[in-house]
Structures are given as structure tokens and as C-alpha cells.
Design a protein. Structure first.
Length: 256
């Protein structure tokens, strides 16, 4: 486990002073429960050994750090707009992608039953581990350590959500699939169609390629660590083409 922890520390660019905090952040309750069944040690009298409390704390820290960053970045935005961006950044879908980039599943400590049922690829477990890791960084290195992690791995990997408006595109569109559907309806275009064109990589870290087609010729493809994330990226490409006027002619052509 020591080598694995060192590899994760290298990935996130932070070395824990107390590596037991990192170990706990990666420990699912199934591992602790299973170990207690095979041990005479009384685990009820000590501090929690799984990551549930750290996940609780990390969720609060993440929300604060995202809010702090958005207020600093967009000082004139209203609360409603900031809330929409924040909702995407703290969503399970986005945090699952963060976990995938870090290959966090390979570092989890799971019970045998959870391991056999594919726990290393379960979204809930991986999202909880990201939040627990944020709390672990806070406890070991203070708010600045967790702030740097959130900045580098949560905010900087936001797939264009924080981009400035381009070519008249409304500020901070978060759900590009819905935005593209509404735009197609407004322009009396065919509804967008999505298809998986490729899957690659191991089960715990797959990459999906999604194609979106609007009419006969307006087609874009994008990759993502989840099908939903890849579809959002592809929809964003088509949306921007339509708004910029580059894809009007192609997309306007009716389907055969």
C-alpha cells in the first residue's frame, strides 16, 4: 500500500505529513467492517477508520472553495448564475471524471464483497473518495492544500464551463445538451441525435467517444471519461458552431 500511496501523492503533487490521513480517505467502510469481523480488536472505542466522516467534511470544504473561486472570478455575476456553475462543479458527474483522471479507484481499500461487485468503478464510492481526499488535504496541510487540489483538479478540468462567452453565446451555459435541443427547436432544425462510436481503456478508466448529429452534415465527436461528459462536450461543439453561424447551412438541411 505504501507504494500506491506514494504514487497518488505524486499524481496530486502533495506529500502527506501524516499518511494515515490519506489511507483513511481511501478506506471504504466495507474494508473496516470486514477486518473487524476477522479481528478481536474493539473498533467501536477508537476514532473512525473509514472515510465517511472525511467525505462529509470534504463536501463542505469543496462547496466553500468552489464558491470562493467563482465569486473571485465573476464579481458581477448574480447568485443564480453562480449557483448553476457551482452545481456542475460539485456534481457527481464532474467529480466522477476527476476521480477517473486520478485513477482513484486503484487506490481504494475495499472489503472483499465490495471488490467483487466492482467497487473500484462505482461512481458513488469514487465521488466520496474525492471529497474525502479534499478533507484529508485540509486536515494534513490546511485550507491552502485543499484549495490547490480543487483549483487544479476540479476547477481547471471543468470542460469549458468557466470559459468566457464566445461569439454571442450566452454566459456560462452548463447543460449544453439541453441548450442545443432548445436552439434546434428555435431554428426549426432536426433534434440532435447522440451515438457512442468508441469505447477504449480498462473497465475502471474507460474513455468514451460520443457523436452528435444535427441534420445530415453537422456532426461533432468528443471524448470523455463518462458518456454524459462526452455527450456534453460534443453538444457544446455543435452549439458553438450554430451560434457562430458556421454550421447554419449544414444543420439546416432536413434529414432524408
Amino acid at each position: 500500500m505504501q507504494a500506491e500511496l506514494e504514487a497518488l501523492e505524486a499524481s496530486i503533487g502533495y506529500r502527506f505529513r501524516d499518511r494515515e490521513i490519506l489511507r483513511r480517505a481511501l478506506t471504504h467502510t466495507s474494508h473496516v467492517h470486514e477486518r473487524s469481523l476477522h479481528s478481536q480488536a474493539d473498533t467501536k472505542t477508537g476514532a473512525p477508520e473509514d472515510n465517511e466522516q472525511l467525505e462529509f467534511l470534504g463536501d463542505a470544504i469543496l462547496g466553500f472553495l468552489i464558491s470562493e473561486s467563482l465569486v473571485a472570478r465573476f464579481p458581477v455575476h448574480r447568485e443564480g448564475r453562480l449557483s448553476k456553475i457551482k452545481a456542475h462543479l460539485v456534481s457527481a458527474t464532474h467529480l466522477f471524471e476527476v476521480a477517473g483522471r486520478l485513477e482513484l479507484g486503484r487506490y481504494l481499500q475495499l472489503g472483499r464483497g465490495e471488490e467483487m461487485s466492482g467497487g473500484r468503478t462505482k461512481r458513488t464510492l469514487l465521488v466520496d473518495a474525492v471529497e474525502a481526499l479534499i478533507a484529508g488535504l485540509y486536515l494534513d496541510g490546511g485550507l491552502e492544500a485543499s484549495r490547490e487540489f480543487v483549483r487544479q483538479f476540479v476547477i481547471a478540468q471543468a470542460n469549458g464551463v468557466l470559459d468566457p462567452p464566445e461569439n454571442g453565446m450566452p454566459d456560462q451555459v452548463v447543460d449544453f445538451k439541453s441548450a442545443l435541443q432548445e436552439l434546434a427547436q428555435a431554428r426549426k432544425l432536426p433534434q440532435p441525435r447522440y451515438a457512442i462510436v468508441k469505447e477504449r481503456g480498462p473497465e475502471h478508466s474507460k474513455t468514451f467517444t460520443i457523436e452528435v448529429r444535427l441534420g445530415r452534415d453537422c456532426v461533432c465527436q468528443a471524448e470523455g471519461l463518462t458518456k454524459k461528459g462526452a455527450a456534453q462536450k460534443a453538444a457544446r461543439e455543435v452549439y458553438q458552431k450554430l451560434v457562430a453561424g458556421a454550421g447554419d447551412g449544414e444543420a439546416a438541411a432536413p434529414e432524408a
